[in-house]
Ligand binder design. Structure first.
Ligand SMILES: Nc1ncnc2c1ncn2[C@@H]1O[C@H](COP(=O)(O)OP(=O)(O)OP(=O)(O)O)[C@@H](O)[C@H]1O
Length: 255
């Protein structure tokens, strides 16, 4: 039987009067990459923030590695968070720190590694994995958008998490750079045996790297399946989502 890494059961979350998640359930197995898609504002980032427990759901359960983490305190979450790597929207690098210090940050402050030589070796190996060897001394401002995302990926993976959360990893990148990021995410997930959930508007990216796609609408999952099932699907929710992305593209391409 496949080992379940994450299970969300009936997650509800409101902000004030606004109901954002309406009892959402999903699960991700070990080694799987899940893609969470849906129109803007449907609650995708709120799902990611719930999984990493940056927010606490109003109802439902978050089971991560078999532990119910729904209501753990910040202190209790410390050990759990060491097993989750997060690539935030836009990369969210520390602009005043070098690439080395950015990637070393979780080693220094989460794993509390003191051995500078070991830290240099770990950062350098991770930068090599994202095909950015030798850029330790550059500042984030010196990097292209794709390089920033790759440094963010290195920072998220450097302390060997078993679950990776990616918020819009290809947004704002040209198609070639976006596919490069996809390849890296897929390869690194296999290489380090990391399960992942990626939130994305990018259908090409989801179809290219995901084992399972979850489509959200207005705070709940309305369709789930494999990329093959997605491509063969006649489901009206899938069709409506694709129509939305197409019209955005067409408007974007209009002279
Ligand atoms: N901390 C918050 N306080 C109030 N409202 C919030 C908060 N976080 C999210 N929301 C609202 O919840 C809704 C869902 O937001 P969320 O960011 O999860 O959507 P999304 O699907 O990720 O959108 P996008 O694709 O545009 O990033 C939005 O209407 C947003 O304004």
């Amino acid at each position: 039987m496949e080992e379940e890494i994450l299970r969300l059961e009936g997650i509800k979350k409101s902000f004030g009067d606004k109901i954002v998640l309406k009892g959402l359930s999903l699960s991700v197995n070990k080694g799987e990459i899940a893609a969470l898609m849906g129109p803007s504002g449907c609650g995708k980032t709120t799902v990611l923030r719930s999984i990493s427990r940056l927010i606490e759901p109003d109802d439902g359960k978050i089971i991560l590695y078999g532990n119910d983490i729904t209501h753990l305190s910040e202190r209790e979450l410390i050990e759990i968070r060491k097993r989750i790597g997060i690539v935030f929207q836009g990369g969210a690098l520390f602009d005043s720190m070098t690439v080395f210090e950015n990637v070393a940050f979780p080693l220094r402050y989460c794993l509390e590694i003191k051995d500078e030589k070991r830290m240099r070796e770990m950062v350098s190996a991770m930068l090599e994995s994202v095909e950015l060897s030798g850029i330790e001394d550059l500042m984030p401002a010196d990097l292209s958008g794709g390089m920033r995302k790759r440094v963010a990926l290195a920072r998220a993976l450097v302390y060997n998490p078993s679950f990776l959360l990616l918020d819009e990893p290809t947004t704002g990148l040209d198609p070639q750079t976006a596919r490069h990021i996809d390849r890296l995410v897929a390869n690194l997930s296999r290489k380090y045996n990391v399960s992942a959930m990626t939130v994305t508007h990018d259908v090409v990216s989801a179809l290219g790297i995901a084992d399972r796609i979850f489509l959200m609408k207005e705070g709940d999952i309305v369709w789930q399946g494999t990329p093959e099932e997605w491509e063969a699907s006649n489901d009206p929710e899938v069709a409506a989502f694709l129509l939305g992305t197409k019209s955005i593209r067409q408007r974007g391409n209009a002279p």
